[in-house]
Design a protein around this ligand. Structure first.
Ligand SMILES: [Zn+2]
Length: 99
């Protein structure tokens, strides 16, 4: 069984990254996540538009930035930039939408 999955942009199908095959409910979508230290080489850019994580999600109480495809600029997920006590494991992790 594979432990890695290829993530492609939902709009332009460009390969964005290879991510751990780990899925978690973040809000109304399931997301996979990747340690941001590993994806510098990938076709993803972070927008500096900090907002709060969605209520009733794992990211509630955290602050997130949207991330987008560097090729077509579709929004593809969020990066957690700050997290409260007890959620430090989410900090600096990027969550990709799974559609
Ligand atoms: Zn794209």
């Amino acid at each position: 069984m594979s432990t890695q999955v290829n993530c492609h942009c939902v709009r332009c199908n460009h390969k964005l990254c290879t991510s751990a095959n780990s899925w978690m409910p973040v809000s109304n979508v399931h997301s996979t996540y990747e340690d941001s230290k590993k994806f510098i080489e990938y076709q993803i850019e972070t927008l500096w538009n900090i907002r709060e994580g969605l209520p009733d999600s794992q990211l509630e109480g955290c602050f997130v930035n949207p991330v987008r495809c560097r090729i077509c600029r579709a929004t593809i997920g969020v990066r957690c930039v700050d997290a409260p006590e007890g959620k430090a494991q989410f900090r600096y992790v990027t969550y990709f939408k799974y559609l």
